[in-house]
Write a protein that binds this ligand. Structure first.
Ligand code: CA
Length: 219
């Protein structure tokens, strides 16, 4: 899932970036409301974590404008401890969820996983398919109950495929979720991840849909 983080506190934003990336989220960070609006308008992000106290445009206005243009983009707002009115207004304008600062990172992960599950087909943090188990809370995968050693991107590919079991994930969808905006990507990078994954998974677990993408069979 591609997350747009809008936060002007650079130290906090850097900490969140590292933590979220370690959890397998693809994160793009901007510090200003106008940049957030530009990014939302021009790029394809799956969810937004939006600080309400921004230096240029009020976060609530960013949310309002976003809702006018894209009614379904999930937005989680970050508010100050005393910002009860902001919280209520945020939810009224259409925020999906909120967190009060200071918050614990695991709580942010949990809220984002709820959004992620709502966007995908998975309804639980555990998915079992053909002997392979994906635990999106523990950020791990198992084959016949043995933990698999996966790189961050291998895990992300496997997670996307298993959460959409029975549907094809196109190359473009997978690449877009794996890499941050503007990141330099080798043309065969996805094939390399898939090939490495296949060495660790049962035969034919990941199916190639020639010229389109990849899929995993439903149970
Ligand atoms: Ca702020």
């Amino acid at each position: 899932m591609r997350v747009l983080l809008v936060e002007d506190d650079i130290a906090l934003a850097n900490g969140m970036l590292l933590a979220l990336r370690a959890q397998g989220f693809t994160v793009n960070h901007v510090a200003l409301g106008q940049q957030a609006l530009n990014t939302i308008r021009s790029q394809d992000c799956d969810a937004v974590v939006l600080d309400l106290g921004l230096p240029d445009i009020d976060g609530l206005d960013v949310l309002k404008i976003t809702r006018q243009k894209n009614s379904r983009l999930p937005v989680l707002v970050l508010t100050a401890r005393d910002g009860v009115d902001d919280r209520i207004r945020g939810l009224d304008i259409g925020a999906d969820d909120y967190l009060v600062k200071p918050f614990a990172m695991p709580e942010l992960f949990a809220r984002l996983r709820v959004i992620e599950r709502r966007l995908g087909t998975a309804s639980s943090h555990l998915i079992n398919l053909h002997g392979v188990t994906l635990d999106s809370t523990g950020h791990q995968a198992f084959f016949n109950d043995e933990a698999l050693t996966l790189s961050r991107r291998e895990y992300m590919v496997l997670k996307m495929l298993m959460e959409s079991a029975g549907r094809i994930k196109t190359r473009e969808q997978l690449e877009a979720s794996l890499y941050a905006w503007g990141e330099e990507v080798a043309s065969n990078a996805l094939e390399v991840h898939i090939s490495n994954l296949r060495k660790k998974l049962p035969k034919d677990f990941i199916k190639t849909i020639r010229g389109v993408g990849y899929s995993v069979s439903p149970p």
